[in-house]
Design a protein around this ligand. Sequence first.
Ligand code: ADP
Length: 381
Amino acid sequence: MSSNQTDVVFFDENGLRTDQRKPDEIRPMKIKIGVLSRANGSCYLEWGANKVIAAVYGPREAHPRRMQLAGKAVIRYRYNMQSFSVEDRARPGPSRRSSEISKVSREAFEPVIFSDAYPKAAIDIFVEVLQADAGTRTAAINAASLALVDAGIPMRGLVSACAVGKVGGKIVLDLNKPEDNYGEADLPIAMTEDGKITLVQMDGHLTPDEFTEAMELVQKGCRQVLEIQKAALLEKYASVMDDDSEIVEIEEEIAEDIEDSDADDITDEMVDDFVNQVSERLARDISAVISEYEVSDETSESTIDLFDDDIDLVIIDEDEESDIDFIEIDEDAVDFDDDSDDEDDDSDDEDDDSDDETEDFSKEIDKTSADDEEFDDDEEE
Ligand code: ADP
């Protein structure tokens, strides 16, 4: 929305946009999950000409320790645009824009992540924009959502994001670069599978009626994105099931099921049936089971497997014994009392200049934003 040029032509004689899309059409999206071997979860995503990669690390012990929260994991999100990602070289390093996007994107995930499961841990989400063509924050959120699933982070459901805007007087979905630059409004949103909005921003101007129309359209856009995300997850898990070692395990499992100790008797057809059943169950569970599960407000002391033994997602069950799968936490260092004072734990923490151990990480972000003001923000248009 840097300028409002009325002479820009946004639609051809057939009402199609500059990239031949209909007003309610999103750009083509390609997704590859699990592209980084060192990250716990990762996702490469192309959306039109946007190319982003997301990496998730954790849950792991939060450092510096003053960032630890006694009752839950701290979620950190870093959006970064590579200098080569745009036509004119972008200034490398943090900027007010990247700090803002990081903050609102983190907030888009906080309501869906079961962070209570991991006291004093950190869940780190990094997104690098490799090529930008408007809509990078929404592309980044979509990739991060899948990277979180790939990392086995327990969530109530996926987060899907899409932008809507007004160009040439019309409400259109998923703005491209010329539309973003010369249109009248740009409104990125993120929402959960059950339709709850976790991010909404707006640049430009809309009337109340246009805003209502835009919100209806963008929710349809998010639904389309959700379907693509689910298909990508299914593809990923189906390919895992194609792995030979998995097949051997499956054969043994089926043999046990039918009380036949000899796995050699298992036919290909039986394996295929089993794989199909598991794939269908995963698709169903990912879209439904997580979002239906309500976690207790009380501090939880144990976990149960969401999908039996099939994948590593875990959720909290306050009646069971503690058995957290993803992070090794020193039991002496873990304090389940939210109000506790952690001074003793921090004797070795050089950085600890904070009195409040449970201080919200957003203060760090605010601090970063303040620090960033000294950067020359030449990308703000
Ligand atoms: P989003 O990418 O989420 O739409 P903006 O609306 O801030 O975020 O940016 C729109 C587009 O403007 C970006 O996708 C990118 O193509 C371009 N852009 C953003 N920052 C810069 C920059 N520093 N230099 C050049 N182009 C930029």
